[in-house]
Each structure stands twice: as structure tokens, then as C-alpha cells.
Design a protein around this ligand. Structure first.
Ligand SMILES: NC(=O)c1ccc[n+]([C@@H]2O[C@H](COP(=O)([O-])OP(=O)(O)OC[C@H]3O[C@@H](n4cnc5c(N)ncnc54)[C@H](OP(=O)(O)O)[C@@H]3O)[C@@H](O)[C@H]2O)c1
Length: 286
């Protein structure tokens, strides 16, 4: 295996890089500013230099709020630029493992989404990711689209992820507002990285859901974190529509890892097990 990781400084890219180093797997990672996925020449020269047989595309415009006001830029990075990436993969016989999101769904279901369910994004970020998926599905010869949700993990820029932000805010204010009507499956990037490794190793293709097992809302997630940290915090339950006024979010975006299970390579732990592991890894608890 010779792997090219795009978006290697982000949360998932960092976890993939750490895993491949540990497992002694040949890989190279690229990210902004030296690598910009919308630049065809950079994409070609990077691929020519590395000669990968697998490309993992973990780079994306991931700020869901900014995607509303910077729609063209988000669409270029998450959607349109994939045309050329797909072309490159086809002519060079490269397996493209692309990362997508639960936000391609509208959240109106009450049971976990299956891989074959129809997408229907309700915000700009979701739409740009859906366009990216469609380009790959329609034109790529050898691909996996890995849909995941609510990621947390380290990144090379050392900015706080959602878990760190919840903890920082709770510690400084002793109270916190958390959303009670958005249900998802928070997923640790270290788990997802290992799951992606199993997907490419087993050459599993098509659309693949890959999130932690179980589901929770942000109040339940926060409560469990505070319980593990033994933090006494007052939680104010808020509604999604009041918390993120400028942005419509899917209220239920739980994904069923059906393809992983039927292929017998489902590694994803329960979200409670994963958050505990993260808090230990980050030395929040011992
Ligand atoms: N985060 C989540 O909760 C979540 C949930 C579901 C699915 N996903 C998907 O999972 C994947 C990984 O997410 P993540 O949380 O690891 O994201 P992330 O931490 O934001 O990492 C994305 C990386 O891509 C880089 N990037 C942005 N624009 C680029 C461009 N034009 N060319 C090259 N690199 C570029 C970013 O650089 P800058 O930081 O400098 O912009 C960042 O280093 C993405 O496809 C995302 O859509 C994420």
C-alpha cells in the first residue's frame, strides 16, 4: 500500500497519519497551504511525485456556519474539485477513499439512516458534500465514500475540537448550554482512522457508514463527559433552532454501519467507550 492522505493536518488526517506511522504503512500527507485541492496542477504533481495506489481525501471545507456565507468556496472544495480528483484516480488506477458526512441527510427519519437511503441536504455544507458524493458515484471507477458524523480528535494546528470546547466552557463558566434535539453518534477520529484502514485493506467499495455505535443528543454527550471528569456543571437544555439560528441542522442524523457489519469488519465502538478513551488519551482523566 502506498497512501496519499489529503487534509493531513485536520482532525481525521492527523489520526490517519499517526496510525500509518505506527503501523509502518507507506504514506505521505498534504494539506494547505502547500497543497490546495482546487489546484489541478498541484494535485497532478503531488500524485506524480507520490505515485499512490490509494488516495484518502480527508480535506474539506468543514465550517458548517461559514459554508452558508461562503457557499461558492465550500462548493469548490467539497464538490467541484472532486471532478479532477476522480479523473486522476481513473487514469492512474487509484482507489479513492473519500470522507463524507451525515449532513447529506435531512434528519427527518426516526430510525438510523442506511447507506442506500436518499440524500436530501438541508444546509449549504450538506449540499456541497452531497455534490461531491454524486461526482464520485457517477464517475469514479474504484471508490469508497465513508460517511461519518460529529468528529472529535487532535489536529496538527492544535485548535480545540467540540469536546475540548465543551470542557473549556464548562470549566470556566460552571454552566453550559447544550442542544437537546439533535441526535447523532459522536465519533473519535482514532477509531475512524482504524476503520478506514480496515476498509482500504479489505477493498470495501461503494458508500459505507462509519460512526460510533449508539446515539445521543448533545445534552447526554455533555452529561457523560462531566460525569467522567467529575465536574459539577449546570446544563441549560436548548433547542437546535435557538442555538444555531443562522443554520438549519438535521435533527436526527444517526447512521447505521450496515455495510461494515455485513462485511464483518465493523470496528466502531460505542460512543461512551470512545469518549472515555479520548479523555484518557488527552489526559483529562487517568
Ligand atoms: N468534523 C466533523 O464533525 C465531521 C462530521 C462528519 C463528516 N466530516 C468529514 O470528515 C472529513 C474530515 O473532517 P475533519 O473534522 O478532520 O476536518 P478538519 O479538521 O476541518 O480538516 C480538514 C482539513 O482540510 C484542509 N483543507 C481545507 N480546504 C482545503 C483545500 N482547499 N485544499 C487542501 N486542504 C484543505 C483544512 O485546512 P484548514 O483547517 O486550514 O482549512 C484541514 O486541515 C471531512 O471530509 C468532513 O467533511 C467531518
Amino acid at each position: 500500500m502506498n497512501i496519499l492522505v489529503l487534509g493531513s493536518k485536520g482532525q481525521l488526517g492527523t489520526a490517519l497519519s499517526k496510525l500509518f506511522l505506527k503501523e509502518n504503512i507507506k504514506f505521505k500527507g498534504f494539506d494547505l497551504p502547500e497543497f490546495n485541492i482546487i489546484d489541478k496542477n498541484v494535485l497532478t504533481s503531488t500524485s506524480e511525485k507520490i505515485k499512490p495506489d490509494i488516495i484518502i481525501n480527508a480535506c474539506a471545507f468543514t465550517d458548517v456556519y461559514r459554508a452558508e456565507t461562503e457557499f461558492d468556496k465550500a462548493m469548490e472544495i467539497n464538490g467541484i474539485s472532486l471532478k479532477y480528483l476522480v479523473y486522476l484516480c481513473n487514469i492512474k488506477d487509484i482507489f479513492l477513499c473519500h470522507i463524507s458526512t451525515d449532513y447529506v441527510f435531512d434528519g427527518y427519519k426516526t430510525k438510523p439512516y442506511l447507506e442506500e437511503d436518499t440524500t436530501n441536504p438541508i444546509n449549504c455544507y450538506g449540499l456541497t458534500k452531497d455534490v461531491g458524493e454524486k461526482i464520485i458515484q457517477n464517475y469514479c471507477q474504484h471508490y469508497a465514500i465513508v460517511r461519518t458524523a460529529a468528529l472529535y480528535g487532535d489536529n496538527k494546528n492544535r485548535t480545540e475540537n467540540i469536546v475540548d470546547k465543551i470542557i473549556t466552557s464548562a470549566r470556566s463558566n460552571k454552566s453550559i448550554s447544550l442542544v437537546e434535539d439533535e441526535f447523532t453518534s459522536p465519533t473519535y477520529t482514532n477509531d475512524l482512522a482504524y476503520q478506514i484502514y480496515l476498509i482500504i485493506k479489505n477493498d470495501l467499495q461503494g458508500i459505507i457508514h462509519s460512526t460510533s455505535e449508539g446515539k445521543c443528543n448533545w445534552v447526554e454527550f455533555g452529561k457523560y463527559i462531566f460525569q467522567l471528569l467529575k465536574l459539577n456543571v449546570e446544563i441549560e437544555n436548548v433547542k437546535s433552532r435557538n442555538f444555531s439560528k443562522s443554520l438549519k441542522k438535521p435533527l436526527y442524523s444517526v447512521l447505521e454501519n450496515t455495510r461494515l457489519k455485513t462485511s464483518k469488519i465493523n470496528f466502531m465502538p460505542h460512543w461512551k467507550q470512545s469518549i472515555k478513551k479520548y479523555l484518557i488519551d488527552k489526559k483529562y482523566i487517568f
